[in-house]
Design a protein around this ligand. Structure first.
Ligand code: GAR
Length: 189
């Protein structure tokens, strides 16, 4: 049984989608949802699925408390799904190539600190980009800079608002993220 641990800060539509995807299969266990945000909707979603969660503050993330909590759960893969804080170096090194993130744009465009969620889509809209997409990548100590695992683009020329772009990108995330996670878990991990 492979073990996935999530880090998420917000709504958790990706977490929920991935939980559903693996429910039908018996090879993967979701061992926890960790969040920096006590108000995050993702925590309710975890509770509804009887998945353990942990809420932590910045000090706990950086002083080893969170690392200890991760170690206890023995994850094969740590999945950042809308997690907005930077992973500390200590965790990144200990889980080298075992932490992945999804970003709602075609990195290296529209990445970096402060680029998340609707802000990304607003920038894409304002720049009149013909296409945007998703990037799934390994996490290193810099925002949105780890090695790419997968990208998929979508045409957004017909989108009249940033929200319309967000909907198209979210559909891509929901289609591809579970499959890529499954591929990683069944390959070299
Ligand atoms: C997702 O679109 C994800 O790509 C994005 O946050 C959203 C979370 O949605 N992540 C970033 O912007 C990271 N820089 P969700 O909570 O509904 O899964």
């Amino acid at each position: 049984m492979k073990r996935i641990l999530f880090f998420a800060s917000g709504t958790g539509s990706n977490v929920e989608n991935i939980i559903h995807y693996f429910k039908k299969k018996n090879a993967v266990a979701i061992v926890g949802v960790f969040s920096n945000n006590p108000e995050a909707k993702v925590l309710e979603k975890a509770k509804n699925q009887n998945i353990n969660s942990l809420v932590f503050n910045r000090t706990e993330l950086n002083d080893g408390v969170v690392l200890k909590a991760i170690e206890k759960l023995r994850p094969d893969l740590i999945v950042l799904a809308g997690f907005l804080w930077k992973m500390p170096e200590e965790i990144v090194h200990q889980y080298h190539n075992k932490i992945i993130n999804i970003h709602p744009a075609l990195l290296p465009k529209y990445g970096g600190k402060g680029m998340y969620g609707l802000k990304v889509h607003q920038a894409v809209f304002e720049n009149k980009e013909a296409a945007t997409g998703i990037t799934i990548h390994y996490v290193n100590e810099h925002y949105d800079e780890g090695e790419f695992i997968f990208q998929q683009s979508v045409n957004v020329e017909d989108c009249k608002t940033a929200e319309e772009i967000a909907n198209k990108v979210q559909a891509l995330e929901h289609d591809y993220f579970p499959q890529i996670i499954e591929r990683l878990l069944t390959s070299n991990i």
